[in-house]
Write a protein that binds this ligand. Sequence first.
Ligand SMILES: Nc1ncnc2c1ncn2[C@@H]1O[C@H](COP(=O)(O)OP(=O)(O)OP(=O)(O)O)[C@@H](O)[C@H]1O
Ligand SMILES: CC(C)(CO)[C@@H](O)C(=O)NCCC(=O)O
Length: 316
Amino acid sequence: MISAHSAHQALYQSFQRDQWSELRNSVPMTLNEKDLEQLKGINERLSLAEVTDIYLPLSRLLNLIIKSKQQRSRVLGQFLNNEQPKTPYIISIAGSVAVGKSTTARILQALLQQWPEHPKVELLTTDGFLYPLAELKQKGLMQRKGFPESYDMKMLVDFISDIKSGKANVNAPLYSHLSYDRITDKQQSVVQPDILILEGLNVLQTGLDSSIQTHQPFVSDFVDFSIYVDADYDLLKQWYIERFLQFRDGAFANKNSYFHHYASLNDPTANDIAENIWDTINGPNLVQNILPTRERAHLILRKGRDHLMNQVLLRK
Ligand SMILES: Nc1ncnc2c1ncn2[C@@H]1O[C@H](COP(=O)(O)OP(=O)(O)OP(=O)(O)O)[C@@H](O)[C@H]1O
Ligand SMILES: CC(C)(CO)[C@@H](O)C(=O)NCCC(=O)O
């Protein structure tokens, strides 16, 4: 079997952090005070060096790739003597639970919308496509949340197919981490953005990965550029536990929180519970269903300690 290392070498150009950050010199955009404030609002622990070293070059690369797609569409229009329908450019972000997908997605949204070629950038997580809690319970899937079978994949593929076919207004279900369930009285309406960033564990998965073989299209058939956010297993586990402890001190205190009964736990007990959830659900899901999709991505962002990116791998 081909090793992960040689597959990487064959498929990707690799940049260490300092090599990648040098590419920012070619980025015409700079950040002003207001931008910095907005970015700090995304995550107060986010270091601004991370934005300038990693995300500015990345947003420039994406800007160039998107412009070339727009150019291709104009060329096709010339050839066919018609105007090609404008459809959103779709970027997907995959990776483990707690790796920082939604943070990465929000930073990219903030940066990409600064460019005049694509000012409207919409963000969506696939969490909304998890089956509602009652259905998960009925199907016996409460210990399988995040696994392929816990998502309504047909609904997700239909959604993304509607987006790509240029439908004027497409609704997506929303998820609440507070109630641990799909929100019933509100939807997210996606109205022809220039870019849609779709973030979730499962965006690089295909029906062929699981035992249920289907021949329907996959999410990735509709995605223009895919990113995998990667980190070592032990770090991911640690970040998951840390976030659980933060939630215990914050969101779990809310009476409506699904995990309200965890709010009063002491540190060692909360740590044990988080570790157990990781070891029985999120860890196995990473190993069995998420990590095996990594080499499908166009770009892999590798994080080390403190969420700092130490390597960028770009498809040749
Ligand atoms: N760049 C970063 N710098 C510092 N902390 C970060 C960074 N990115 C994420 N984090 C922290 O890591 C944890 C997970 O982040 P986030 O919620 O973005 O992950 P996720 O992959 O979207 O998780 P999930 O799949 O569970 O929704 C959070 O506690 C967040 O504050
Ligand atoms: C909603 C997902 C599946 C993905 O974000 C995840 O955060 C989750 O709820 N996993 C199930 C186990 C847990 O409570 O962490």
